[in-house]
Design a protein around this ligand. Structure first.
Ligand SMILES: [Cu+2]
Length: 470
């Protein structure tokens, strides 16, 4: 009776004060780990189904969504280095889609790029051997022209690789307890709680900014955490928003991994900047938290500053976390090994015509031809600096992503990258006018892969090219 009464009172408050209901904290949703079926030869078979759904994010209002194996986002796929995997994707949408394994070293026909479209009602198998080091990767659609909309509506998930080293580092690794996925997505909700995707011309040029930030699909959720070191696997899954992340109540966190794996050693940071598609694994040491909670704040370059996620440390205070001296050896690729330097200029044009080297994406055109086994330097320029781009293209950041490889950043505007960008990367932020040189070995598979801006409105409007490894 008492419970019913309290429930009634809360419901009344929620109805009378919708903002209260909005703020009534929910716990952080943790995407489930996807179970696999072990085939006779030891191959792990995972199943994903892309389907439509609906969800109440805001004020109890229902909005249309997309999800893998659920209404919004997808399960986390966790594999070990050396695993042979098949990921069977069933498309239950009413439109074609693909699933791309962002950051993964996989054969071109399993990459899930625009050429691997899955028709409605059809299924597709990605087949590959996990041959790269421990890392937090992710998966999302990559169909030409509709990537932005499909990701926006909810199609994304984490792809986590573990290896011998990651298992022995004494880092927190209890999934959902002290090893926590944190998928950040800025979204634009209307008064009716809907977040339909209808980019205007300025949205196409600058990105689809929002007015709320979702963390694993929830608005300002909270998470009880041990009063000690906690590992956060952070992904900026926003369409186009750059996020600057701080921790109110912690003066620093330690970044331990970038896109493609561990950094050489933990890097102490007071804030992080993640452009769309980038990941960072950080250790937040809640033994250092003084108050009852730590708020993760996220500032979008769209102008909003959000309280994104509340951590509530519980239990016995553990001793302060001692960062280890070494996480992994990150082997340098000498510049002298490179056979060629290619140049890529990213530029916005009239009518949201988004270009690389003056060209918009064409599925029938191969932009660059590489030889299998070659090491290459790519010099990327954001030509939308002051006086660079046309119209609103000026002062436009971009985020350059290369399929098939993990690269190292040689320099940014002639200077060595900061420590947190000195490890393996697959996506790099370019502020207006920036010039970044990256180096990579294209030594895994022959085939056709993509490079593109990971601001999805830019990608969908042409800022993408194709390279063929022969
Ligand atoms: Cu861009």
């Amino acid at each position: 009776m008492k419970t019913i009464l309290i429930g009634f009172v809360l419901l009344t408050i929620a109805v009378l004060f919708p903002s209260f209901a909005d703020n009534a904290a929910q716990t952080l949703p943790i995407p489930p780990l996807l179970e696999s079926e072990i085939l006779r030869d030891g191959t792990k078979l995972f199943r994903l189904e892309a389907d439509e759904g609906e969800r109440k994010f805001l004020n109890g209002k229902t909005t249309h969504t997309l999800g893998y194996n659920g209404d919004y986002l997808g399960p986390s796929i966790r594999v070990n280095r050396g695993d042979e995997v098949i990921i069977r994707v069933n498309n239950s949408l009413r439109e074609p889609t693909t699933v791309h394994w962002h950051g993964a070293d996989v054969p071109a026909e399993s990459d899930g790029g625009p050429h691997q479209g899955i028709a409605p009602g059809e299924s597709w198998d990605a087949v590959f051997r996990v041959q790269q080091q421990a890392a937090t990767l992710w998966y999302h659609p990559h169909f030409v022209g509709t990537t932005g909309e499909q990701v926006y509506e909810g199609l994304a998930g984490l792809f986590i690789i573990e290896d011998e080293n990651s298992g022995n580092l004494n880092l927190p690794m209890e999934y959902g307890v002290d090893d926590i996925p944190v998928i950040l997505q800025e979204r634009r909700f209307d008064r009716n709680g809907k977040f339909s995707y209808q980019p205007s011309m300025p949205d196409k040029m600058h990105g689809y900014f929002g007015n709320k930030i979702l963390v694993n699909g929830a608005i300002l959720p909270y998470k009880n955490v041990p009063r000690g070191p906690v590992r956060l696997r952070m992904l900026n899954g926003s369409n186009s928003s750059l996020l600057r992340i701080t921790f109110d109540g912690l003066s620093k966190v330690y970044q331990v991994a970038s896109d493609g794996g561990f950094l050489e050693k933990p890097v102490s940071l007071s804030y992080l900047v993640l452009s769309p598609g980038e990941r960072a694994e950080v250790i937040a040491d809640f033994s250092l938290a003084n108050g009852t909670s730590v708020i993760m704040n996220a500032e979008s370059n769209g102008g909003e500053i959000y309280d994104a996620l509340e951590f509530r440390p519980v239990g016995v205070r553990q001793p302060a976390w001692e960062p280890m001296k070494s996480l992994v050896t990150v082997e340098d690729i000498p510049e002298s090994e490179a056979s060629i330097t290619r140049r890529f200029a990213m530029q916005s044009g009239m009518g949201a015509r988004m270009t690389i080297n003056g060209k918009v994406m064409n599925m029938d055109r191969i932009d660059e031809r590489l030889r299998l086994g070659d090491t290459e330097i790519w010099e990327i320029e954001n030509s939308d600096g002051m006086g660079g781009g046309m119209m609103g293209g000026m002062n436009q950041p971009h985020s350059f992503h290369v399929h098939a490889v993990q690269f190292r950043i040689l320099d940014i505007n002639g200077r060595a990258p900061p420590e947190q960008l000195a490890g393996w990367k697959d996506t790099v932020l370019l502020w207006p006018g920036d010039r970044v040189r990256i180096i990579a070995r294209y030594n895994s598979y022959k085939g056709l892969y993509m490079y593109h801006c990971h601001l999805l409105e830019h990608e969908d409007n042409g800022m993408m090219g194709q390279f063929l490894i022969e």
